[in-house]
Design a protein around this ligand. Structure first.
Ligand code: ZN
Length: 203
């Protein structure tokens, strides 16, 4: 399986990192080795002094597809979840500066937290899903899928122009404002639709 991630999909997050508003979705990938194993803590890697959390709505693909039209995209997923796109912000800044690829900053081991998935039918409207993440009991990020610049179905259509989507692939749909640094001892809890989708310790 592969993990396809979308960057800069929420206006306020674009502003907080002083990025340009993209004309097309920003797309990058994580390999399956990036997945943080269930019930394991996130271990801060030695190569970075500035690991940020980014809470994101996840979409799990359940049907093989390529060149999917937006109007049919809803047929290609039936589960939605929540996860974290851990990012080595210091390394990413260097990559951006030099115009280099982001993999070292975004695709390292443990950088993909994949929480619980819930049936699409348990959400009234996929374009109106509330989610949040707390760090040590304080809410740090709060979003609604309706605030995405490109909605879930549009993202599926867009990325499927480039990559064949396979059963089990996961799309990280981008993060709202409020990203920040993690430190040893932190506890991150993600909630979607009022349910706890993940609880991660940081070591
Ligand atoms: Zn992200």
């Amino acid at each position: 399986m592969k993990i396809i991630c979308i960057g800069r999909n929420y206006t306020e997050h674009i502003h907080e990192l002083a990025n340009e508003r993209p004309t097309d979705p920003v797309v990058f990938m994580k390999p399956d080795s990036a997945i943080l194993l269930k019930n394991f803590p996130f271990v801060i890697p030695t190569f970075s002094d500035d690991i940020h959390y980014e809470v994101e709505v996840l979409v799990k693909i359940n049907k093989l597809g390529k060149h999917i039209e937006t109007q049919f995209a809803h047929k290609y997923y039936n589960e939605i979840g929540l996860g974290i796109d851990f990012t080595a912000r210091d390394i990413q800044a260097k990559c951006k500066e030099k115009g280099l690829p982001w993999e070292k900053a975004k695709a390292f081991d443990g950088s993909a937290v994949i929480g619980e998935f819930y049936p699409k039918s348990s959400f009234q409207d996929v374009n109106n899903i509330d989610f949040l993440m707390s760090k040590n009991g304080t809410i740090v990020q709060k979003g609604n899928s309706g605030e995405m610049l490109w909605k879930i179905d549009e993202l599926i259509s867009y990325v499927s122009q480039f990559f064949t989507l396979k059963i089990g692939d996961i799309i990280f749909t981008g993060t709202p404002a409020g990203v920040g640094k993690v430190s040893t001892g932190d506890e991150l809890i993600g909630m979607i639709n009022g349910k706890e989708a993940f609880k991660i310790g940081v070591k």
